[in-house]
Design a protein around this ligand. Structure first.
Ligand code: HEC
Length: 110
């Protein structure tokens, strides 16, 4: 019986640690994404004239980020982003893109 109780306590403890790790991840993603809010709007809900990121598929955002990285989007299509994406690892970008994909899309946005 004692063994069972100990096992149960360990199990509950492990779950609490996991939940905490997941909560930290959620904060990490939002904190990283917050660097984009100043131009793309809070949670990716942009003001008119700027691209909204909210609700766009993670794969689509990552594809565009890749185009900024490779230089496929440059000149008029990429004035600022090609430089900006250099400050992030792919793992950080994946977290950011996932965060935006989970936000409610802007009505009528692309
Ligand atoms: C200082 C302003 C600024 C910040 C900060 C910024 N962006 Fe941008 N973003 C732009 C501009 C301007 C464009 C249009 C392309 C260009 O000129 O580089 C753009 C375009 C984009 C596009 C393409 C949208 C489309 O539909 O064509 C994506 C995706 C994007 N940004 C993602 C991000 C992410 C992710 C971050 C945060 C890591 C971020 N941006 C931070 C200014 C900004």
């Amino acid at each position: 019986m004692r063994l069972f109780v100990t096992g149960l306590a360990l199990c509950v403890g492990a779950h609490a640690a996991l939940a905490q790790a997941q909560a930290q991840d959620a904060n990490l993603a939002r904190n990283l994404a917050a660097a984009c809010f100043s131009c793309h709007g809070t949670d990716g809900h942009a003001q008119s004239g700027m691209a909204s990121l909210a609700g766009r598929p993670q794969a689509e955002i990552m594809r565009i980020i890749g185009e900024f990285r490779s230089g496929a989007r440059s000149g008029e299509q990429g004035t600022l982003m090609p430089q900006l994406v250099k400050g992030y690892t792919d793992a950080q970008m994946a977290l950011i893109a996932d965060y935006f994909s989970r936000q409610k899309p802007v009505q009528g946005a692309p």
